[in-house]
Design a protein around this ligand. Sequence first.
Ligand code: FAD
Length: 448
Amino acid sequence: MKSEFDICIIGAGMAGATIAAYLAPKGIRVALIDHCFKEKKRIVGELLQPGAVLSLEQMALGHLLEGFDAQPVDGYSLLQGDKKITIPYPLHYKGMGLHNGRFLQKIRASALQNESVEQIHGKALELLENERHEIIGVSYRESLTSEIKSIYAPLTITSDGFFSNFRESLSNNEKTVTSYFIGLILKDCDMPFPRHGHVFLSGPTPFICYPISTNEVRLLIDFPGDQLPRKFLLQEHLDANVTPYIPECMLASYQYAIEEGGFKVMPNHYMAAKPIFRKGAVMLGDALNMRHPLTGGGLTAVFSDIQILSGHLLAMPDFKNTDLIHQKIEAYYRDRQHANANLNVLANALYGVMSNELLKTAVFKYLQCGGVNAQESIAILAGLNRNHYSLIKQFFCLAMFGAYDLVRESLTNIPKATKILLDALIIIKPLAKNELSVAEVVSGYFKK
Ligand SMILES: Cc1cc2nc3c(=O)[nH]c(=O)nc-3n(C[C@H](O)[C@H](O)[C@H](O)COP(=O)(O)OP(=O)(O)OC[C@H]3O[C@@H](n4cnc5c(N)ncnc54)[C@H](O)[C@@H]3O)c2cc1C
């Protein structure tokens, strides 16, 4: 089928808009469809790890972080009781804290300024197929007229986010809700360490914060379980498990935000990527793969996927050969699995660790020792170290350290030390099974 587009992108969110902004200046003809192009207020995607910033810079899109009061972030701090530690990101790298909605509007504007991009206001409905069951485009309901229309393209990218409508035909994913995040904005708030991401470990469940503008701090509070918290449970959780552990310097802003009551609640998913290879379509972003947002790894994965997919697509002379497009899609799925495994495993493993009293204390003491272990761990968190061996090594060093530390304190702690090791194994095993291969971990050892 002859088409006026090379690619049809479903969803002009972080993934869809960014790949359009990257490919369109290279002459690729793009149809960019979304049912809402207005700025949204969301609690997602507000901390870019250095790996995400680096990807943007490598795609010559780093300038999109300028001009809307985004804040540089130099590293992480961990707080437990009255103890505090900071770990800087590797030298010369920085993260960014920002308003997701403002950032997305900048990316969209950058994409839409290209003549080769057509903006389509509408809700994508169904993937269109030819008689060979190859995907040839999408039908959509146009926002203005409510008419059902169709777009045809040799490649359709489904980047319609975590409630994706197109997973069923393009993947075998199993989505689980790990917990919920309650999001608050703290105004004029002094954090214990300016220009840092903070992880608070004192309460029974973790909460995190980071700057998103000159005078605003995003606070994300974990609510464990897979059920949306009811209002009274939410209040109970805040009163018992959060408020007593908010540092003095943040208390006034926190209490003001609670009184204003403008909190948002979002589910935190884990979903390993299990794509079905279909000619004519590819999945990108949360539609394909999700991890716990505790480590802020989502956009690092999204931008890295965009680089990998674009690299393969741009190696083609044009979009006429559908067999070649299919080969490129296969190569993308293969390469991205390796590139994102550390981000995915770390996010959910760390959430498991921080929800476990013994491991939580162990991780604090482990990082407090500083040195190469702390440096290697922060480089993995930053999305700069994607070596699988490093990840597995750090995880088991942490568990061994925790067990040894307990036994060193007293031999009566041997049952607790055994528990730490078993708990660590229970956390890492299913994640490693989904995301890693033994061969890659071993080859990581030789590459390190
Ligand atoms: C609570 C929380 C906090 C997070 N914090 C961070 C963080 O600090 N740092 C980080 O890196 N990551 C974070 N993430 C993850 C990150 O936000 C996501 O990985 C990222 O936003 C995914 O981008 P996306 O483009 O796939 O989806 P989205 O950004 O959600 O975009 C999907 C787009 O598709 C459109 N759409 C949907 N359905 C249709 C349809 N049928 N037709 C047309 N358009 C459609 C939507 O309107 C939307 O614009 C967080 C996630 C959560 C849940």
